[in-house]
Design a protein around this ligand. Structure first.
Ligand code: SF4
Length: 88
């Protein structure tokens, strides 16, 4: 049986009659909930920034696994729980 983990939904493999589709982490930003205070930008500037209009931008919604800790820090620090991580 073949089993591996890939960064993005770039791979679909077949083994033993089953198809495995691997995807990576996905940052989910609830814009309606976001209060725009920027704690996420403070702890993970590689993942979040503000647009000129003041709205939050998720720089890479599907970041590499190396940034999971930064993404989790942002999720944890958000006071209104506007961020979450989905593992697709
Ligand atoms: S910490 Fe939460 S509420 Fe603040 S800007 Fe980031 S996502 Fe929005």
């Amino acid at each position: 049986m073949f089993l591996a983990c890939f960064h993005r939904a770039e791979f679909a493999g077949a083994a033993g009659g089953f198809v495995y589709i691997f995807a990576g982490m996905r940052i989910v930003h609830d814009k309606a909930r976001c209060a725009g205070h920027g704690q996420c930008v403070g702890v993970a500037p590689e993942l979040f920034k503000f647009a000129p209009d003041g709205s939050l931008v998720v720089i890479d919604p599907n970041p590499p696994e190396e940034l999971r800790e930064a993404a989790q820090d942002a999720v944890d620090v958000c006071p209104v729980r506007a961020l979450s991580i989905a593992d697709d």
